[in-house]
Design a protein around this ligand. Structure first.
Ligand SMILES: *Cc1c(COP(=O)(O)O)cnc(C)c1O
Length: 302
């Protein structure tokens, strides 16, 4: 085994009691300093199974965008395990600009090989995966965002006796692996809400195929599109940190929490509901986001 179950319990913090609902946040962002939040759990079995197989020429290959939390996490896993990694990065224009991107600099420092591919090539990454697997037969190829059956199994470890106590379990949704794991392994009386930060109509089916349960709802929380950051998002994140002392990032957790607050304000949760939001990590993305905001002369995330 390489990735371990942390010996210390992941804390569940109370945020507020408001409009007769109780809101809590589970700090999966604290699970590991470099392999953050849900990405830790999604990689857990993928990596441990692979290491156990003892491949002759170990190599981990995966896919992601320029600010990807998954790329960041896989590069750190590779360093930890002493396994070379290759990141197939969307956007060939980054070839000469990756040094301006803190996520890619971090990945490179961890020894990750970066290959920049066009958006067209990136869209065809299934084909590309097959090709790479032929070229590197011993390699572990992890899909974008790390979502697969092993990932869903790993997400089970975000749930425990304490999380059984909640009526609603909330998570941000990108590729859907995290919500699928929560849906699959939560209690029958619990309702799962996914806050979609991408506009992708195939997500519901994709999630269903992984969980085979219908205990989840998806709510659009994209605030203008994946990766787009509005001034109201920045304001919310900064207020939230000031009030509750908990940092959020602008791509996933900030948008989820903002939408949760909206739903509470609109009275969408029944009285006395106990709501648990998973802080899925990704705080490494703040630095890159701030560099972009700075260029646009906008307020920064504190
Ligand atoms: C990747 C990510 C998600 C989305 O997880 P999926 O399993 O892809 O839906 C949510 N929050 C953070 C912080 C992430 O990095």
């Amino acid at each position: 085994m390489l990735l371990q179950v942390p010996t210390e319990k992941i804390p569940i913090q109370e945020i507020l009691i408001h409009k007769n609902v109780k809101l809590f946040i589970k700090r999966e962002d604290l699970v590991h300093p470099q392999i953050s939040g849900n990405k830790y759990w999604k990689l857990f079995y993928n990596i441990n199974h692979y290491v156990t197989q003892n491949p002759e020429k170990p190599y981990i290959i995966t896919f992601g965008g320029a600010f990807s939390n998954h790329i960041s996490a896989v590069s750190a896993v590779g360093k930890l395990a002493g396994i070379p990694t290759l990141g197939m990065i969307r956007g060939e224009e980054l070839q000469n600009k990756w040094r301006d991107n803190p996520t890619l600099v971090f990945a490179k420092r961890n020894g990750m090989n970066l290959k920049f591919i066009t958006r067209e090539q990136y869209r065809n990454k299934e084909k590309l995966s097959e090709f790479l697997q032929e070229e590197f037969p011993d390699a572990l190829i992890v899909p974008e965002g790390g979502t697969n059956e092993d990932a869903v199994q790993g997400v089970k470890m975000m749930l425990n006796n304490e999380t059984k106590d909640f009526d609603y379990l909330c998570t941000a949704v990108g590729t859907g692996g995290t919500i699928a794991g929560i849906s699959k392994f939560c209690e029958d009386n619990q309702k799962v809400i996914g806050f979609k930060v991408v506009d992708d109509s195939s997500l519901e089916n994709k999630i269903f195929e992984l969980t085979l349960k219908r205990n989840f709802d998806l709510i659009d929380s994209s605030f203008g599109g994946y990766g787009k950051i509005k001034d109201e998002n920045i304001r919310f994140i900064n207020d939230f940190k000031e009030k509750y002392g908990i940092p959020l990032e602008p791509i996933y957790t900030g948008k989820m929490m903002q939408k949760v607050f909206e739903l509470i304000d609109e009275g969408e949760f029944p009285e006395n509901s106990k709501i648990l939001c998973f802080h899925t990590g990704g705080l490494q993305g703040i630095e890159g986001a701030n560099l972009l905001l700075e260029k646009q002369n906008r307020n920064l995330i504190i």
